[in-house]
Design a protein around this ligand. Structure first.
Ligand code: MLC
Ligand code: AMP
Length: 499
């Protein structure tokens, strides 16, 4: 902690950007001054006479836009820990996030009130509607040191319940500043957020980097390929970041346009200074197609909720297709074998990461936190190989972790939910390779005697129980799951049976 620090660095940055426009959303624009004023109001409302929230958790379910940023900043300025919730989550999922994080307050907006307010009431939380936070007597805001907890983002893993990843203000500052330096963000930039705001990709890489730099961040309520092309064609954007599925959607939209319009679209895309892909492997054919259409070799980088971004292709130099480049400034990366021994070039191993951007802990899970580190290095569970100093991701060490449309999913979590279906006696969930989604969620099930199950009815049943991206989109009913001599399901066999 810097002993002379009186306010968090992002606040000092925002002050220096003053009257510049920070955000464009569906309601109009907001300057940095306005963001500061509104977030101060949110902080005062949350404090409600207290001097400091002292790391109390505040969950918020708010659509992307000025309100979302003001909520995040307000929570931070009041000394709270922000728990951003996913708009796509179902009620049982939200209940879990709120209960597990021990959030005392729920902030929501008019678009989420129908879900958020009854949930908060049922759980005995304080519920605050963003629109109802009116002018309020200015409160003295606490001094929040950088080593304090700032945010909990839930991530699915090798357990059947998601874990809360806790980052401090220092972690978040490091996650932002490494990207500002590597990708040369400046106040001349203008970006477009199309990603959900419950993952680091949208929260850190797009929104927080833009606002740190004094850039303009346009925020869309949700991804829409045609609307993104319109913004690209406006000629105003300089930076765009997305997951591979989004680039595929943009390619389809381009292909559906007239020859004349395509020319304009391509010309406009070529004017951006930086286009980045991440959160899942970017297939080389997609990179090549985008190069032909958009005139960019997409900059692919590698990251994770627990560490922010770790590896990145070069901004100014050569970008190698199928590779994720080298460690970002301030991030240490190494490859090790199962015994934790360091590996040399050309030998595949697990990626371990160290540095100020690495998270502090899994919320309330000291054992999981301990297991996630080896001698101070965070064990990512991803396998890679280094060739001429450049990293190439080979996959995950656990078959139970899936990536679909850029969302990390736990097969175990989905299996647990599916076992609640009256017709399902046993099930195995796997990810099967898919051009559009990277992986598709596939469920193999053994039915209870006398029952039947179709994919459509399973998805209808699942709608109230899991977010759309977790729902199986492939179903196979079998007499028995492939099992080994110990009776354990052999997931690799399950995958083969789907192909
Ligand atoms: C949605 N659908 C899927 C699906 N997701 N089908 C199969 N697999 C999936 N994964 C279906 C829905 O059920 C629905 O079907 C239809 O597609 C439209 O659903 P939607 O919810 O409207 O989806 P859409 O808006 O099209 O979403 C696609 C997307 C979204 C790519 C925009 O998935 C997305 O925003 N992904 C980004 C996630 C992200 O930010 N990841 C970063 C993690 S951080 P029907 O039949 O009902 O019409 C991280 C660290 C790092 O990874 O390195 O960055
Ligand atoms: P999340 O836990 O949602 O933050 O997802 C992080 C995971 O996404 C990593 O552990 C990787 O498995 C995957 N990932 C992120 N970027 C890439 C990439 N460029 N290539 C392949 N996998 C990636």
């Amino acid at each position: 902690m810097n002993p002379t620090q009186t306010e968090l660095p992002f606040i000092a940055r925002a002050r220096s950007h003053g009257a510049r426009v920070a955000i464009f959303d569906t309601n109009g624009c907001a300057t940095y001054e306005r963001l500061l004023a509104v977030s101060e109001r949110v902080a005062a409302r949350l404090l409600d006479g207290r001097k400091d929230l002292d790391e109390a958790r505040v969950a918020f379910l708010i659509a992307p836009g000025t309100a979302w940023v003001a909520a995040l900043w307000g929570i931070w300025r009041a000394g709270g820990v922000a728990v951003p919730l996913a708009l796509a989550s179902t009620r049982p999922e939200l209940e879990y996030y709120v209960s597990d994080s021990g959030a005392e307050t729920m902030l929501y907006d008019s678009s989420t009130a129908a879900m958020a307010r009854p949930l908060a009431e049922a759980l005995g939380m304080k519920a605050i509607a963003y629109e109802e936070i009116g002018p309020i007597a200015p409160a003295e805001l606490p001094v929040v040191s950088l080593d304090r907890r700032a945010m909990i983002i839930f991530t699915s893993g090798t357990t059947n319940k998601p874990k809360g990843v806790v980052t401090t203000h220092a972690n978040i500052t490091a996650q932002i500043t490494t990207l500002i330096e590597a990708w040369e963000w400046s106040d001349n930039d203008r970006t477009l957020l199309t990603l959900p705001l419950h993952h680091v990709h949208g929260i850190i890489n797009v929104t927080s980097c833009a606002l740190w730099a004094g850039a303009v961040c346009e925020m869309m309520a949700r991804f829409d390929a045609n609307a993104v092309w319109e913004r690209i064609e406006s000629g105003k954007l300089t930076v765009f970041m997305a997951v591979p599925t989004i680039y595929l959607r943009l390619i389809s939209s381009w292909e559906a346009a007239s020859v004349e319009r395509r020319r304009e679209m391509s010309l406009a895309a070529g004017k951006l200074r930086l286009m980045v892909s991440g959160s899942a492997a970017l297939p080389v054919p997609v990179l090549e197609r985008w190069r032909a259409i958009g005139g960019h070799t997409l900059l692919e980088r590698y990251g994770m909720t627990e560490i922010g971004m770790a590896l990145s292709n070069s901004y100014g130099g050569e970008r190698l297709p199928g590779c994720v480049g080298k460690p970002l400034p301030g991030v240490e990366v190494q490859l090790v074998n199962e015994q934790g021994e360091l590996l040399g070039e050309g030998v595949p191993g697990e990626i371990e990461v160290k540095g100020p951007s690495v998270f502090r802990e899994y919320w309330n899970r000291p054992d999981a936190t301990r297991e996630a580190f080896r001698e101070g290095w965070f064990r990512t569970g991803d396998t890679a190989v280094v060739e001429k100093g450049v990293y190439r991701i080979l996959g995950r060490t656990s078959i139970d972790i899936l990536k679909s449309g850029g969302h990390k999913l736990s097969a175990l979590e989905i299996e647990e939910a599916l076992l609640g279906h009256p017709a399902i006696g046993e099930c195995a969930v796997v990810g099967i390779p898919d051009e559009e989604w990277g992986q598709r969620v596939a469920a193999m099930v053994v039915l209870r005697a006398g029952t039947e199950l179709e994919l459509d009815s399973l998805r209808t049943w699942a709608r109230d129980r899991m977010a759309p991206y977790k729902m199986p989109s492939v179903l196979k009913v079998v007499e028995a799951l492939p099992r080994n001599a110990m009776g354990k399901t052999v997931k690799s066999e399950v995958v083969k049976l789907f192909s």
